[in-house]
Ligand binder design. Structure first.
Ligand SMILES: C[S@@+](CC[C@H](N)C(=O)[O-])C[C@H]1O[C@@H](n2cnc3c(N)ncnc32)[C@H](O)[C@@H]1O
Length: 574
């Protein structure tokens, strides 16, 4: 899948079935066969307690949060083996795990960073190598090994001086390049929200957009990092930062792309999770984590005043319209209220899972010493369960992506198999780039998985959690969709051949090719019949856009590190 490497493929969904969470659910079904799928949350709670499922969760290793330098050394040895076998990606994952396990203040933290710098050196990522060397020095890297580290540092500087950096300048920048919404400066103006029967909240263009317009650049506010990704993605913003993750200083289960994300997550959510980190980790399950994390996030924004939160939440939901927010005066509580106001719909077949997930995660969180002092009465517990259930349903809306990053504005865009924008999520940010011309009153959609021009054409259904009502999938719309298409003119067909030859030529470069393709699609993009050359061009457009957006992100990240290193010569990457 080109557009979203982390998106939920059928294979990754299958993997989820092996999670402890699903095993516990299976156990409950066997032990309580009469528990109705839509039984109340109070009944689910009693059933889970009677079956003593909570006793199967790992014990909390009080005080250490699972940190253990002995284990860190063992995992680092595994990583070293992988490093010697040149299996760098796997080695990185293991070094990260070892960094997370190392006791704060021990030399093993520094050694983990130093070893990580060796990987970057091998991969010609000299800026990252230097950043990790700085981290190693900052975190008790032993003096006895220092000469080796200093030698690597020197080699990195030489390589950079010789111009061997992989690049700190994007080949092409994808900044917002259209007039922006006066209250939401990271969204293009000329986009409104409407509620459509088939899709719920939808984003509609009120003016023309042209191919290549960048219409959204938003930062995520929260994510749901599954067990398998804890040493690859930032626990707060979801950034895939295997290159520079730093660990929570108190537990061995989560990592962050920056000190800022670490502190923000601790203030808003992780302070509740950290003391019971092993249990939280055990019950980690894809998008589901987001449901309960959103409850904790909201509670923090209400300054831990649960009664105040209940007063706000115990009213009829408005449906939620984040486009009413004024981001020029950003207020996370107001943003949270709009998120809360969404009444997410889910298929009845999923209801028993959502109820189970919400209940068991509430029981787990109520073992958190801090939460125990806030959620006390039965009424408060019932509110928490309902709130977590509502948010778990809402979280299913973001489930098309493996880390379910939450972008309040981006989450209003629906899926289409004939998308008119491309979505790219990198470094905890999302960008939407217009893929083909958009006319006023047209819905703006990206693809959650596949596109009509993928080969074989839409054969393998994407594991959607909803019945797709897009123009390609809904039979009642498909006829009109096909009828609206015309054949390419003879001139357009001739141009297509010329474009094809140019972009496949040996002297082609990505930026020039993209410009050529975008000009062609801007002119002919509304002709979408299944003509092989045309479909290939659409695929190529998708691939090129994605590749250039990734290159932009990587270059900017390197540039940021280089700037930091030049300024302070220490500190972490953000
Ligand atoms: C990220 S949300 C998009 C905004 C959503 N419509 C809302 O009201 O908040 C994803 C959810 O929107 C709905 N949706 C998105 N694309 C759809 C499509 N092609 N057909 C039917 N429902 C769709 C599904 O309920 C899906 O779980």
């Amino acid at each position: 899948m080109i557009n979203a490497p982390e998106s939920m493929t059928a294979a990754s969904q299958e993997l989820m079935h092996e999670r402890p969470m699903m095993k516990l659910k299976g156990q409950l079904q066997r032990l309580c066969p009469n528990l109705a799928p839509d039984a109340s949350l109070a009944k689910y709670t009693r059933a889970i307690e009677q079956c003593r499922l909570m006793e199967q969760l790992p014990a909390t290793t009080s005080g250490t949060g699972g940190k253990c330098s002995r284990k860190a050394v063992k995992v680092r040895a595994e990583a070293n083996r992988l490093y010697l076998a040149k299996e760098y990606e796997k080695a990185l994952g293991k070094y990260n795990e070892s960094i997370c396990l190392a006791e704060t203040g021990s030399e093993h933290l520094g050694m983990g960073y130093a070893n990580r710098s060796a990987i970057y050196f091998e991969q010609d990522e000299f800026e990252y190598a230097l950043a990790n060397i700085a981290l190693a020095k900052e975190h008790n890297y032993p003096e006895r090994l220092m000469p080796k580290l200093l030698e690597r540092e020197q080699q990195c500087r030489v390589k950079l001086a010789e111009g061997k950096s992989k690049g700190t300048v994007p080949l092409r920048r994808f900044d917002l390049n259209v007039p922006v919404n006066s209250k939401i400066p990271f969204l293009a103006s000329g986009i409104k929200m409407a509620r459509l029967e088939d899709f719920g909240r939808s984003m509609i263009a009120t003016k023309r957009f042209k191919t290549g317009d960048v219409i959204l650049h938003e930062k995520s506010i929260l994510a749901s990092i599954d067990l398998k990704l804890q040493f690859q993605n930032c626990n707060l913003c979801s950034a895939e930062e295997g290159l520079s993750l730093i660990p929570c200083p108190n537990c061995a289960t989560v990592m962050y792309c920056s000190q800022e994300c670490l502190e923000r997550d601790f203030r808003l959510v992780h302070r509740f999770e950290c003391p019971i980190a092993e249990k939280v980790q055990h019950l980690s399950y894809g998008f589901v984590n987001l449901g309960s994390r959103l409850f904790l996030y909201g509670l923090s924004l209400f300054d831990d005043d649960l009664d105040e939160m209940m007063r706000y939440c115990n009213r009829t939901k408005t449906g939620g319209n984040p486009l009413n927010l004024d981001y020029t005066r950003y207020d996370p509580l107001e943003e949270f209220k709009e998120l809360y106001n969404l009444s997410a719909t889910t298929t009845p077949t999923n209801e028993s899972s959502y109820r189970f997930f919400a209940t068991i995660r509430c029981l787990m969180y109520l073992e958190s010493p801090l939460l125990k002092t806030i959620v006390i009465s039965d009424e408060q517990k019932a509110f928490m369960r309902q709130c977590v259930l509502d948010f778990t349903r809402a979280a299913s809306y973001y489930r098309w992506h493996l880390t379910s990053p939450l972008f309040p504005i981006q989450s209003l865009f629906n899926h289409s198999c004939d998308p008119n924008v491309l979505i790219v999520i990198l470094s905890g940010h999302v960008k939407l780039v217009v893929f083909r011309p958009i006319r006023p009153n047209e819905q703006i959609c990206f693809s959650y998985g596949h596109r009509w021009w993928d080969t074989p054409m839409c054969q393998e259904p994407f594991p959607m959690v909803f019945v797709c009502k897009c123009v390609v999938c809904d039979p009642s719309k498909k006829i009109a969709w096909l009828a609206s298409k015309r054949e390419l003119t003879l001139a357009a067909k001739a141009d297509l051949v010329v474009v094809g030859l140019q972009v496949c030529g040996s002297d082609s470069d990505d930026v020039a090719d993209l410009a050529l393709i975008q000009t062609y699609i801007e002119r002919n993009g509304r002709f979408v019949q299944a003509m092989e050359e045309f479909m290939k061009l659409l695929s190529l457009h998708w691939t090129l856009l994605f590749r250039l957006l990734r290159q932009e992100d990587e270059a900017q990240r390197r540039a940021k590190i280089a700037a930091r290193l030049a300024g302070a010569a220490i500190d972490v990457v953000d």
